[in-house]
Write a protein that binds this ligand. Structure first.
Ligand code: AMP
Ligand code: ZN
Length: 114
């Protein structure tokens, strides 16, 4: 998508602080971190929200979790704790409409989230 921020990061049009890349998945540090570790994990394919997923996207969405596991190990938070968050639509807090998973770690977190 030509006007999508995260597609532009995938295409190198906007620079991302990339921490992980595979054929299908990209991960980069969040520009406005809400925790000492705050990483955005995305499929390279543009999918706007969870509501826009098709059955064909199940594989790549599974790969986001596999990437999260690898990144947690790289960030040395696997043995401690981390939180994975996917917002869907505005009231949940979604501001970038390219599906993404947040990884947050290295601080105490509350439940339920705000
Ligand atoms: P959400 O609010 O769930 O849509 O998450 C979007 C996230 O993208 C926010 O945490 C933003 O801080 C982050 N973000 C926005 N622009 C950039 C950027 N250029 N590079 C990295 N993260 C970004
Ligand atoms: Zn996109």
């Amino acid at each position: 998508m030509s006007d999508c921020l995260f597609c532009k990061i995938c295409e190198g049009e906007i620079q991302g602080d990339i921490v992980f890349e595979s054929d299908d998945v990209l991960a980069f540090n969040d520009v406005n971190p809400q925790a000492p570790v705050h990483i955005i994990i995305i499929p390279k394919k543009h999918i706007s929200t969870v509501n826009d997923m098709t059955d064909a996207d199940e594989l790549v969405m599974g790969k986001l979790f596999s990437a999260a596991k690898i990144i947690a190990s790289q960030q040395e938070v696997s043995e401690d704790s981390y939180r994975l968050v996917v917002n869907c639509n505005q009231k949940s807090g979604q501001t970038v409409f390219h599906i993404h998973m947040h990884m947050l770690a290295n601080r105490n977190m509350t439940w339920p989230p705000g």
